[in-house]
Structures are given as structure tokens and as C-alpha cells.
Design a protein around this ligand. Structure first.
Ligand code: TXA
Ligand code: MG
Length: 315
């Protein structure tokens, strides 16, 4: 159900959950100080309660109230990238309910770069917001995705399609060396530059089984449409009619309704990816073939695309 701005503010203040737009994907917003509202978020999303939430703020001073002992690196990054698609993991203030962080002593914080989100948080105070998908499914990047997943009951603040399309970069500032836990639109090179220390690029599957999981969300299945997602090296001359093809190189492709070409525009591919996953399901394609991405593709969106598509492939 699409609601107006004032209704969104009122509902959140009453302890309801409201979907709102950010520049990355839609979030399921709740008052970060309201334990019952946060419980509702976990239930709605079908999310295990050991998987903590990101707290969204509209100012650095809001971030200071829910955290503790913020390092200089936090201020450098906030100065450069907030509002923007960067989430930082820092020490949690005791005042923030434990349910927000699934009992962890640290908290994920970000300031989204979206006028509606910022205006909303200004009026409500900090909001917890996981990506608004049902657990395991692709994140919503359009209000229609939310209506499809939740029916007409979920209140939605409509901001149209999101601009980035993939979730924020998560950087852990509590580790000895800042570490990327999830790749997003802000790259390791940009972060290294601002902090003046080398931050390693995100590595897929680098976690050994015996290592504690740093970002609890990474152990769950993610981003999966019903269609089977597969990387493909070469696009065949004759396309399978039951499959949707997503290509990014600048070759001469056959004109076909089941082939979507991005010609090196990885920003556009990132923006569309989850919508492609979802519309493939609507159109009853059984498979989605995606032209292989390689580390030599230097675009800043490559690590995030590789991460989300690989998880959609084998979960
Ligand atoms: O772009 C985004 O970040 C979107 C929009 C709505 O802001 N939000 C989002 O939230 O992607 P979510 O809940 O789907 O993903 C947050 C990830 C999860 O994998 C969670 O495990 C991790 O952040 N996380 C949250 N708190 C953490 C903490 N204290 N330490 C490590 N990882 C944490
Ligand atoms: Mg998510």
C-alpha cells in the first residue's frame, strides 16, 4: 500500500514497519529504539534473529548516539561518503537494544543518499532497515517488487526505482585492519585512498569453515530468483527459448527478446540486476545465463556484481 510521507512518519512512531527507498535498494524501516517494531521486521522478512540489522541515520550526531568510541577513520569516511552507499561496523552503544545487532557488541551504521529517506529519518530518528526482500530473495529496487512480495498490507513510501540497485559496501572498522565484509558501489581503492591505508579487495569465499563468521548475513542463501542462474562463457548462436541471456561485452549479439545487452555499462547492469531476476520469474524463464565477469573488468561495480551473481548461482 503506497502511503504519503506524513503517514510513514506516524506509522514508524507508532511502532509499525514501513518500506522506504534508499539509493541502493528499498529497506524495511523501523524505529531503532523500539524492540517490538524490530521483532516485527524480523518476522515480516522471515529473517533469522542472529542476523543483525543496519541502523540508518540522517546525521553524524545520530550515529554518535548509538555508537561508542568512534575511530578517526569513521569521521574521515563519513565526511567523504555520507550520505552514500557505505555501511561501517563500529562499537555499539549500550543504549541501542541488543536485538538490533543480534547480540553483537558492534553495530552497522549508514546514512542513505536519498532525499525521502533522509527527510524520514530526520523526523523519526534512527531506523533499522534490512533490505526489504523476503529472506533469501533478491532485494527490491522498485515499489512493485514490494507489492509483489508482501501484497497490499505493507506500507510503502514510494521513491520510484532505486539508482544503484545493489546493497551498500560494508566496511568493518573494528577489525585491526579495516576489512570489506560486503562489496558495493564504493570500492576498496576509494576506501584505501580516503583512509590512507591499503584495504584489501573483497575476496569471495575467503572465510574458512573454522573462522568465526564476521558478517552473519554472509552464511545465508541470498539474492536467489526461482530461475536457475548460470554463468556462461560463450553465447550460443541459437538461444534456448526458455532462458534469459544477460550479456555485457560489446559483441554483435543476435536481436532477440530474451537477450539483454549492457555493452560494458556495469552501472546499468547493477541497477537492473534484481529486476531482471524478478522479471525472469514473472515471464517464467527457467534459466538466466549471465556472460562471465572477470577480475580484469576494472569497473568499480564488478566486485559487487560478482558477489551477488555468484550467490544467486549456488547460494
Ligand atoms: O544498501 C544497504 O545496505 C541496504 C539498504 C536498505 O540500506 N540494507 C541492507 O541490509 O542490505 P541487510 O540487512 O539486507 O544487510 C546487512 C548486512 C547483513 O549481511 C548483516 O549480517 C550485516 O550487514 N551486519 C549487520 N550488522 C553487522 C555487524 N554488527 N557486524 C557484521 N555484519 C553486520
Ligand atoms: Mg539483504
Amino acid at each position: 500500500m503506497i502511503i504519503d510521507f506524513q503517514t510513514a512518519v506516524d506509522l514508524i512512531k507508532k511502532g509499525d514497519v514501513v518500506a522506504f527507498p534508499t539509493e541502493t535498494v528499498y529497506g524495511l524501516g523501523a524505529d531503532a529504539n523500539n524492540i517490538l517494531a524490530i521483532k516485527k521486521t524480523y518476522e515480516l522478512k522471515g529473517r533469522p534473529s542472529d542476523n543483525p540489522l543496519i541502523v540508518h541515520v540522517s546525521s553524524v550526531s545520530q550515529a554518535e548516539k548509538i555508537t561508542f568510541n568512534l575511530p578517526d577513520s569513521f569521521y574521515k569516511l563519513a565526511n567523504c561518503y555520507w550520505p552514500g552507499p557505505l555501511t561501517v561496523i563500529v562499537n555499539k552503544a549500550p543504549i541501542l537494544p541488543d536485538i538490533v545487532t543480534g547480540g553483537l557488541p558492534t553495530v552497522a551504521v549508514r546514512m542513505p543518499n536519498h532525499p525521502l529517506a533522509l527527510k524520514l529519518i530526520n523526523q523519526t530518528g534512527p531506523l533499522t532497515a534490512p533490505s526489504a526482500n523476503k529472506s533469501g530473495k533478491p532485494s527490491p529496487t522498485k515499489p512493485e517488487h514490494l507489492q509483489h512480495d508482501y501484497g497490499d498490507k505493507l506500507p510503502i513510501l514510494d521513491g520510484g526505482p532505486t539508482t544503484i540497485g545493489l546493497e551498500s559496501t560494508i566496511l568493518d572498522l573494528t577489525a585491526e585492519h579495516p576489512e570489506i565484509l560486503r562489496p558495493g558501489a564504493i570500492s576498496h581503492a576509494e576506501l584505501s585512498n580516503v583512509l590512507g591505508v591499503e584495504i584489501a579487495p573483497f575476496k569471495e569465499n575467503k572465510l574458512e569453515d573454522s573462522e568465526p563468521i564476521k558478517s552473519p548475513g554472509t552464511k545465508y542463501t541470498h539474492y536467489k530468483p526461482n530461475a536457475e542462474v548460470k554463468w556462461i562463457k560463450k553465447i550460443p548462436k541459437s538461444l534456448e527459448i526458455n532462458a534469459l541471456y544477460v550479456v555485457h561485452s560489446q559483441n554483435k549479439w543476435p536481436a532477440a527478446k530474451n537477450l539483454i545487452s549492457y555493452e560494458g555499462n556495469f552501472t546499468a547492469l547493477a541497477k537492473d540486476l534484481y529486476d531482471i531476476f524478478r522479471s525472469a520469474d514473472h515471464q517464467e524463464y527457467g534459466k538466466i545465463y549471465i556472460e562471465e565477469l572477470h577480475e580484469q573488468h576494472t569497473d568499480t561495480m564488478i566486485p559487487a556484481l560478482l558477489n551477488r551473481i555468484s550467490k544467486a548461482c549456488h547460494g
